[in-house]
Design a protein around this ligand. Sequence first.
Ligand code: COA
Length: 259
Amino acid sequence: MYQTLLTDLQDGIFTITINRPDKLNALNKDVIADLGKALNEVYNNAEIKTAIITGAGEKSFVAGADISEFTSLDANGGSTLAKQGQDNVFDKIENCPKPVVAAVNGFSLGGGCELAMACHFRLASENAKFGQPEVNLGLIPGYGGTQRLTQLIGKGKAMELMMTADMIGADEAKALGLVNYVVPQAELLSKTKEILQKIQTKAPLAITKVISCVNDAAKGEKDGFLNEIKRFGECFATEDMKEGTGAFLEKRKAIFKGK
Ligand code: COA
């Protein structure tokens, strides 16, 4: 079904593996199209509760947009590439009602760093390297990097990384808040799945509302507090809220249905 991705659905966790290891999993048009389709699957398949995005091999998560596809583009072509990518993949990940987490298994550069940052949070293997090296190519990030890197690590450090094109290692990425955990490569997927399994025991509709409200805060939406009030209220109309509060009062474990 996918030319450039491997997918696997187990215990509600949909693992999407970008599979162009000979090109360090660079994002060409086919990968972007396949990722768009895979995200539609995440949105629409009720058996998928959470998703992981990772890269094939042990060297690279994604080493950027495919530079070989840039040579034929003019100004319109460049902005169309960025807009379509943002609409069909990057923003779709950020706004996904189900948790999408990046398991960063190596180079996470340019569009790769942007892909990881569009995810709701990130884990990295010890060999992971992050950077936005676009200025080396006479470019700037086009898949949301100028915005999301600034949201995640703050203006000064984001400016420095995007101006110098420097790469940082996994430990520095963790210190900056870009990734939540650094683990040995062999444990990357198991640790990611362990966290997602825990999330899957919680009330799914509430998780969706957390994503919406936290995204508002990260984007500096002025109505984030209003969104929280509205979503908080909506929780009271769900069966899961009655189950969760009832289970607490009855001293038993809640079983959520996503209703
Ligand atoms: N686009 C297209 N092809 C890419 C690529 C990209 N972003 N990143 C790596 N590749 C290809 C290389 O061209 C090479 O292909 P080839 O074997 O057909 O020559 C293959 O992937 C392996 O990469 P290579 O550069 O030989 O590996 P390395 O270990 O020497 O260096 C990197 C690794 C990540 C430092 C280096 O590949 C690199 O700088 N990539 C570009 C990063 C970048 O600028 N990304 C932002 C794009 S906007």
